[in-house]
Ligand binder design. Structure first.
Ligand SMILES: C[S@@+](CC[C@H](N)C(=O)[O-])C[C@H]1O[C@@H](n2cnc3c(N)ncnc32)[C@H](O)[C@@H]1O
Length: 524
């Protein structure tokens, strides 16, 4: 195995250009009395190290040099995002081809993706012209007093990762706040990076709930500085009272990359995705010839691939499923908003989705013609199984270790990572049962862990003799790795997107998230 050179670490920009902004407010004399139990880190000292057992796990697959490159990916280099044009689709009606943007990355069809620069500038937020509270980047020695004296918010880790990817801040991601916060004022934005199970009290579930809404002096944990944002809610308590909606729009990011505001993006027309995430639906759609396909998206939420396949389905019906009812309600809303009439939403455990009963197409057809039991959400919640051999096309994007997502402010434990490929086999088994002979299955993950990718592919080929691996049909990405038992021919059929090669930085695929796609046909 040849080891490509390690990319040179790029020095991240750690301060905001403050030339046009006045000095920070003087420290509040009372602040020294209340010292928050917060440990602030600067973003470039915050290096995500792979846990030793994950390193060990990956060392079965990668050389040390490559593992270092993987680790390097978690530095805060922005990933390339594309905007996909939404093509609303109504049952049985083939939509007109979307407008052809000037997009040169072939063979993804020009109609499938639009690169960011082509988005009209109206869709990108420009920084506010008036600065109500000029807030230069705090120096870390004065961080504690700045946190207490300036308008400041702390967001949870997932939100912090999204912010570093250019996202806006939604209210549920905000954990704590301080200062005189009103609509239109600027705030320092910090992210909670307290390790799960560590000293912090903000990681997920109960603890996050307990801590949410507290004032910053009462917040405990490790935080990193993310940038400056502009408050969108009328008053501070709205951050914690509202369960949806934008709380803060980012103005500048500590990484120096440009924050995007999707507030102004017409999400009925555009959908923001990472480039490799477009490959599965596009690959699956290559074998959809008319409106008679029956498509299943087994793990659909938050619905990015569902909306893509629905648009490419030539008017065929799409079943979207996710175990989480709450998430499926949101998927359903998204489909409605984007104008899809050909998506039926269900919420069931995909590892138990296939019933023992033989296929009766009429059963599915009658189900589809029913009015949804719940008129508010349009979500089928009573349906828990579907007959075998029901679908002509299945998209399987199961839960995975998500090691390909970056920036990451936390890396899962190696022991946890190992469990995923076992779990994924349960989904695969159901997908193959639910697929009609002659049907197509597209399997994808957003991890570079070979066991969950080439390993699951090899497992399918070994266990299910009726399944044949076929070329993904999209020329982006690389061939699969050799260690999981795939032949060279098969490795060429799959698509692997992995760490960011320095020399590939200008290539959209190279600077994308880690991802994997394989496509199979079930022989008759
Ligand atoms: C990788 S995400 C899917 C992303 C989605 N395909 C998209 O493009 O937006 C995996 C999803 O699987 C769901 N999930 C986890 N276990 C499941 C199960 N047993 N059955 C169905 N869905 C499950 C999770 O709720 C999560 O939304």
């Amino acid at each position: 195995m040849s080891s490509p050179p390690v990319p040179t670490a790029k020095k991240l920009k750690t301060s905001i250009n403050t030339s046009s902004t006045p000095s920070p407010p003087p420290p509040n004399p009372t602040s020294s009395k209340t010292v928050p139990k917060i440990t602030p880190h600067s973003i470039d000292t915050y290096v995500v190290n792979l846990p030793s057992n994950l390193r060990q796990h990956l060392s079965n697959h990668f050389s040390d040099v490559e593992i270092n490159r993987i680790q390097g990916c978690y530095k805060l280099a922005p990933t390339r995002t594309v905007f996909r044009q939404v093509t609303p689709c109504v049952t049985g009606q083939v939509p007109p081809s979307p407008a052809t943007p000037d997009f040169t990355l072939l063979p993804v069809p020009e109609s499938a993706v639009t690169a960011l620069p082509q988005i009209p500038s109206v869709y990108l937020t420009s920084p506010p012209t008036t600065s109500t509270t000029p807030t230069p980047c705090p120096s870390f020695s004065t961080a504690s007093s700045s946190l207490l004296t300036s308008p400041t918010i702390i967001v949870d880790r997932i939100c912090a990762e999204a912010v570093l990817r250019g996202s806006t801040i939604f209210n549920p991601g905000i954990l704590a706040s301080n200062g005189d916060i009103v609509k239109g004022c600027e705030v320092y934005v910090w992210g909670d990076v307290t390790e799960p199970g560590g000293a912090g009290k903000t990681e997920g579930g109960k603890d996050k709930k307990n801590n949410r809404g507290c004032k910053i002096p009462h917040f405990q944990g490790d935080i990193i500085y993310l940038g400056i944002g502009c408050v969108e809610v009328s008053k501070q308590s709205d951050f914690f009272r509202l369960s949806t909606g934008t709380g803060v729009t980012m103005i500048s990011l500590v990484t120096g990359s440009t924050p995007m505001s999707l507030n102004e993006l017409d999400t009925t027309k555009w959908f923001c995705q990472n480039l490799p995430s477009l490959v599965p639906a596009y690959s699956l759609s290559q074998s959809i010839t008319d409106s008679n396909a029956l498509i299943l998206d087994m793990c659909s939420a938050p619905g990015g691939k569902t909306s893509h396949i629905a648009g490419l389905s030539k008017g065929s019906l799409v079943f979207a499923n996710d175990r989480s009812k709450k998430k499926m309600i949101r998927v359903r809303k998204l489909m409605k908003k984007q104008g899809f009439d050909n998506v039926k939403c269900i919420s069931a455990d995909a590892t138990k989705l296939c019933s023992e009963t033989e296929n009766t197409n009429t059963e599915i057809k009658s189900l589809l013609s029913q009015h949804p039991p719940n008129p508010t959400t349009g979500l089928h919640t009573t349906l828990k199984t579907l007959p075998p051999s029901s679908f002509t096309h299945i998209l399987l994007d199961p839960p995975c270790s998500a090691l390909g997502l970056r920036p990451r402010l936390h890396i899962p434990d190696g022991d946890d990572v190992k469990q995923y490929s076992v779990y994924q086999r349960g989904f695969v088994d159901q997908a193959i049962k639910l697929l009609k002979p002659g049907g197509t299955l597209c399997y994808s993950t957003c991890t570079y862990n070979p066991e969950e990718n080439e390993g699951v592919t090899a497992f399918i080929l070994k266990k299910y003799k009726e399944m044949e691996l076929v070329d993904v049909g999209v020329g982006l990405g690389k061939m699969g790795v050799e260690w999981e038992g795939l032949t060279e021919e098969d490795r060429r059929k799959v698509r692997r997107f992995d760490w960011c090669d320095e020399e590939e930085r200008e290539d959209m695929a190279g600077s994308s998230i880690g991802f994997f796609v394989a496509r199979f046909v079930k022989n008759k």
